[in-house]
Design a protein around this ligand. Structure first.
Ligand code: ZN
Length: 224
């Protein structure tokens, strides 16, 4: 992985003559294939010349992730932390809800459950995923920033990835973050924690962000 301006690039060596670039349609990762014995300048040039195309592709990936309509059929692919995972419906006597097995997302609900019910169960599961991942990340970042967060919560939100109440340090997170690579959640967590040092989005805020998360723009790009 190398960084070109604000873009993280996964570089793979192949027996080819020229560099090729693509944006992964599942997760928005920028991948460049290079000839054996590649030089970093060629990759930098290629990525820079394609900067606006990359941005467009990544926005399209995030739009697709957020606005897909689901039918909740067996085998339908759903995004989990930047990968596509097939869905399996079951209806046993166990607790209603979603579990992640090694290869699938298993929804347990009565067979006659509506699409809406299944969607709600999945949203609740995404929220739980975001919350448990966020707890780990908050533990990691609190000592680095020298701040203390309050209560963490996650729910589906339309227009925000997160918010922070600077009076009590409570952080609210968008459950949709569980669809994107974990770096996107980490970016939101650091953003909200930095608000405990600097409430506004002024110059000081972004210089703190740069200090703590030098690749912040690449992480932000994951959600388009
Ligand atoms: Zn903010």
């Amino acid at each position: 992985m190398i960084s070109v301006d604000d873009v993280s690039v996964i570089v793979t060596q192949k027996r080819i003559k020229h560099c090729y670039i693509k944006v992964d349609r599942e997760n928005g990762n920028v991948c460049v294939s290079v000839p054996i014995g590649w030089n970093v300048k060629a990759v930098e040039e290629l990525v820079r010349s394609k900067a606006s195309w990359i941005k467009r592709k990544q926005t399209a990936v995030s739009d697709r992730v957020l606005n897909r309509k689901f039918e909740f059929n067996n085998g339908e692919l759903h995004q989990v932390w930047g990968s596509e995972v097939p869905l399996i419906n079951t209806s046993n006597s166990g607790r209603r809800g979603v579990k992640r097995s090694q290869y699938a997302l298993v929804i347990n609900a009565p067979a006659e459950s509506s699409l809406d019910t299944r969607e709600k169960l999945l949203t609740a599961w995404y929220a739980q995923e975001v919350k448990s991942a966020a707890l780990v990340l908050v533990d990691k970042w609190e000592p680095v920033l020298g701040v203390k967060a309050g209560r963490l919560s996650a729910q589906k939100m339309k227009s925000k990835w997160g918010s922070c109440n600077i009076q009590n340090g409570n952080i609210r997170l968008n459950s949709e973050l569980a669809k994107f690579p974990k770096g996107a959640l980490e970016h939101v967590i650091v953003h909200e924690l930095v608000h405990l040092l600097e409430p506004s989005h002024g110059k000081r805020f972004y210089s703190l962000m740069d200090e703590f998360l030098p690749n912040r723009k690449a992480l932000k790009a994951l959600t388009g």
